[in-house]
Design a protein around this ligand. Structure first.
Ligand code: SAH
Length: 371
């Protein structure tokens, strides 16, 4: 059979990076090979992390040739990377196959941390831009561009790992985008990351943070997902939370707390409540009392977060008037929560000097395109 050029490209169009074992099985059968080959390829891709078919040495030369004619293994190119002089945080700007760009942040532990030797955290993006319009978040200024594929989510990890001397031990889905709005791709990536035949990280070391999709929180509980769940809460008052996070119009604070209670009950697992402390917005006595009351309803820990500037996006209106509480202000709330037996931590800000801290991810090139 003579293949025309266009046929050939069509056939070589399957990107194997990102396929689950079931997806690889489907592919391998479709090219007339026995199903068990899929498990071998799966290990090569994720456990041994080869970047070409030539590296898959337990496959015959003929099969490797056939694979290279029918499929490819997507790779990332790093457009730029910046390293924080203050704390060693590295921000990667990756260029995707369609020319779009995303950011991923590699966060070393603080030298004083008890597990400083072992820990290395990667903050991963799930979407290009974001549709949710949270007033305090830089990513919102990009608008929503598209969901990342499972392969693109995995490649953030696989590429960052090649740059990191130490193994990456923890992943937080706290980069650009809302993970629950790309649920299937994110969960497939997590399945591969936590599989012992895949990347092999412990599910206890993976945290997914949501802006508040109560329905997906319940879905995660029903599916008995083993990863950790965090909720960007930021206020217990619907009016204040709506001003900060318009998604509150759809899922009210009470819907979210009820979903977390359900999650606690169903999975027997604790959740994290994330709370950026804004001066004069959500730091009054009443706010703290509401936070204590909510925390007591749940099996949870509270993470108080210093607000990171989003000035890079030239915020206007409500966003321009948001200011983070002082260090003392944060500590006072921490003390009040602790005094009421609420397990509370203050989040350490990493990478502020390179705009890599929580909420600061916004690809400037994409911003220019949109503006
Ligand atoms: N969409 C998800 C994940 C991305 S945000 C979510 O909303 O949770 C990841 C974390 O960064 C969340 O805790 C979020 O509340 C926090 N964050 C966003 N903007 C921030 C900012 N400007 N300063 C500090 N934290 C911010």
């Amino acid at each position: 059979m003579i293949l025309s050029k266009s046929n050939f490209f069509l056939m070589a169009d399957t990107n194997l990076k990102g396929l689950t074992l079931a997806g690889l099985e489907q592919f391998i059968v479709s090219i007339g090979e026995p199903k068990y080959r899929a498990a071998q390829i799966y290990q090569w891709l994720y456990k041994y992390r080869v970047t070409s078919f030539d590296g898959m040495t337990n496959l015959s030369v003929a099969l490797r040739q056939k694979l290279s004619e029918t499929a490819y293994i997507e790779q990332f190119s790093v457009a730029t990377s910046q390293t924080s002089k203050a704390d060693g945080t590295v921000k990667f700007l990756y260029e995707l196959s369609d020319g779009k760009k995303i950011e991923t942040v590699l966060i070393p532990p603080r030298v004083t941390a008890v597990d400083a030797e072992e820990r290395m955290t990667l903050c991963v993006s799930t979407q290009i831009g974001c549709a949710l319009d949270c007033t305090f978040c830089a990513t919102a200024s990009m608008g929503f561009i598209r969901n990342l594929t499972t392969g693109e989510i995995l490649n953030q990890f696989l590429t960052a790992q090649t740059f990191s001397e130490k193994p990456i031990t923890n992943i937080v889905f706290m980069g650009m985008g809302e993970p629950m709005l790309n649920y299937d791709n994110v969960m497939s990536a997590i399945d591969i990351i936590t599989d012992q035949n895949g990347i092999g990280l412990s599910s206890r070391r993976i945290t997914l943070s949501t802006a508040g999709y109560a329905n997906h929180i319940r879905k995660m509980a029903d599916e008995d997902r083993k990863i950790k769940l965090a909720l960007s809460l930021h206020s217990l008052r619907d009016d204040v939370r709506t001003a900060l996070m318009p998604l509150t119009k759809k899922f009210k604070v009470e819907d979210l707390l009820a979903a977390l209670e359900y999650y606690n009950k169903k999975t027997k697992k604790s959740v994290m409540l994330e709370y950026i402390v804004f001066e004069g917005v959500n730091d009054t006595d009443q706010d703290v009392q509401l936070l204590i009351k909510a925390a007591r309803r749940l099996d949870c820990r509270v993470n108080l977060i210093p607000f990171h500037s989003i000035d890079i996006t030239n915020p206007k209106g409500y966003s321009a008037h948001l200011h983070g509480a002082s260090k003392e202000g944060l500590e006072q709330i921490w003390k009040k929560l602790r005094a009421n037996d609420v397990i509370t931590f203050i989040r350490h800000s990493a990478g502020v000097d390179i705009d890599a801290a929580c909420g600061q991810l916004a690809v400037k090139n994409e911003l220019e395109i949109l503006n």
